[in-house]
Ligand binder design. Structure first.
Ligand code: SF4
Length: 336
C-alpha cells in the first residue's frame, strides 16, 4: 500500500553572506539536508532533536509552505507543489498544521467559532447552516462547551485555545496533521489532556500525525516511529520501544540518557556530550556529529554516513553501526 506521506531526499539550503575580516564570504546554511521518511495513514511519526535541528523547516517543506532545494514530498502519491496553485490548495485541505502557540495561531479579534468555520468558508464548501452544525458538533466533541463558542481567544485557557486550534485543523477532515510542538506552550496538566485528545482523535478519525517535539517523553507516548534529527539530518529512526530502551546512534543515546526515568531504569549514567553543536555555517566534511562523538575516527571525518537499515523497522546513520552484523551493536554496550 502506498504510504500517506513520502519524503524523499528533501533538503532546504540557504545561501548566506557572513562577515569575514573587512568583507564578506559566501556560505551555505543546510537547514534540512537530504532527509527521507514515510508515514502511513492513521500512524504517528515523532520527529525529535534539539532546537534548530531543522524540525520546523521540515514541517513547512512537507506542507509546501516553502520551496525545497532538492527532493520531493508525495502526499497520497501526489507531489506537493510549493507554489500556491489549485493543486496545492486542494492538497492543503487534507494536510493541516497545529502550531506551538495557540494564542499566536488564532485571531484575537474574532470569536472562536468564526475561526473554526473559516477553513470551510475559504474552501467554498456549501450551505452555511450545515457548516455551523458541523463546527458546533466538532467543537463539542473536542470538549469545548457551548458557552465558549462565541468567546474570543484571550478569554479561554491555554488548553481550550489548543482545542480550538485542533477544531479548526480538523474541520476539513484532513488525513494528515503536522503538529509542531503542539503541547510545549501548555501547563503540564493541560499537556496530558491535549495528548489524550490527539490520541482519541486519531482513533476516531484515522488521521496521521507528523509530531514534532523536543520533549522525548511526549514523543515516546504518541509515536509509532521516531526519527531523531541532528543538524538537518535524520541520524536514527526506530519504533519508540526500541529507540528509548536501546538507542543506537551516539546522539540518540545522549538524548535518551537525559530522561532519568528511562535511562536510570537500565542503571546507566547520563551521557554528557562534549562541546557545543558546531556552527552550521562552517560544517566539516564527514559525519555531522563527529565533533561531539566519543567514537569518531578518521573515516567519520572523511565520509558522511548514510541512514542505513539495520532491521526492517530501524535505520541508523553511523559508520560504526552500519558495519556490524545484526544483534552485535557493540557501540551500545560500550556506552553502558
Ligand atoms: Fe560518531 Fe562516526 Fe558514528 Fe558519526 S559516524 S556518529 S562520528 S562513530
Amino acid at each position: 500500500m502506498t504510504p500517506l506521506l513520502q519524503v524523499q531526499n528533501l533538503a532546504k539550503h540557504y545561501a548566506v553572506r557572513i562577515p569575514d575580516g573587512l568583507g564578506h564570504r559566501r556560505a551555505t546554511l543546510r537547514a534540512v539536508d537530504g532527509i527521507s521518511f514515510s508515514l502511513s495513514a492513521g500512524q504517528t511519526l515523532g520527529l525529535v532533536g534539539e532546537s534548530g535541528c531543522g524540525k520546523t523547516t521540515t514541517a513547512r517543506l512537507v506542507l509546501g509552505l516553502m520551496q525545497a532545494t532538492q527532493g520531493r514530498v508525495l502526499f497520497e502519491g501526489q507531489s506537493v507543489p510549493s507554489t500556491r496553485d489549485a493543486t496545492w490548495r486542494d492538497l492543503r485541505q487534507r494536510m493541516q498544521m497545529v502550531y506551538q502557540n495557540p494564542l499566536g495561531a488564532l485571531d484575537r479579534r474574532l470569536p472562536v467559532i468564526t475561526q473554526v468555520l473559516e477553513p470551510l468558508r475559504i474552501h467554498h464548501r456549501s450551505d452555511p447552516l450545515e457548516h455551523m452544525e458541523q463546527a458546533q458538533a466538532l467543537m463539542a466533541s473536542l470538549g469545548l462547551a457551548k458557552s465558549l463558542w462565541s468567546r474570543y481567544p484571550h478569554e479561554l485557557s491555554g488548553g481550550q485555545r489548543q482545542r480550538v486550534v485542533l477544531s479548526r485543523a480538523l474541520i476539513l477532515k484532513p488525513s494528515l496533521l503536522v503538529c509542531d510542538e503542539p503541547v510545549s506552550a501548555l501547563d503540564v496538566s493541560i499537556q496530558a489532556q491535549v495528548i489524550n485528545l490527539l490520541q482519541d482523535v486519531q482513533e476516531l478519525m484515522g488521521v496521521a500525525y507528523l509530531f514534532i517535539s523536543h520533549d522525548l517523553k511526549v514523543v515516546r507516548q504518541v509515536s509509532d516511529q521516531v526519527a531523531v534529527m541532528y543538524l538537518g539530518q535524520i541520524v536514527e529512526q526506530a519504533p519508540p520501544a526500541q529507540l528509548f530502551s536501546e538507542p543506537l546512534h551516539p546522539y540518540s543515546q545522549a538524548l535518551v540518557s537525559a530522561i532519568p526515568s528511562l535511562w536510570n531504569r537500565q542503571q546507566k549514567t547520563k551521557i554528557v556530550l562534549q562541546g557545543e553543536p558546531p556552527n552550521p555555517l562552517s560544517l566539516q566534511s564527514g559525519c555531522v556529529f563527529q565533533q561531539r562523538c566519543p567514537y569518531a575516527e578518521d573515516r567519520c571525518r572523511e565520509q558522511s554516513p548514510i541512514l542505513t537499515p539495520l532491521t526492517s523497522e530501524r535505520q541508523v546513520a553511523c559508520h560504526m553501526l552500519a558495519q556490524k552484523p545484526q544483534g552485535q551493536n557493540t557501540l551500545v554496550e560500550s556506552c553502558s
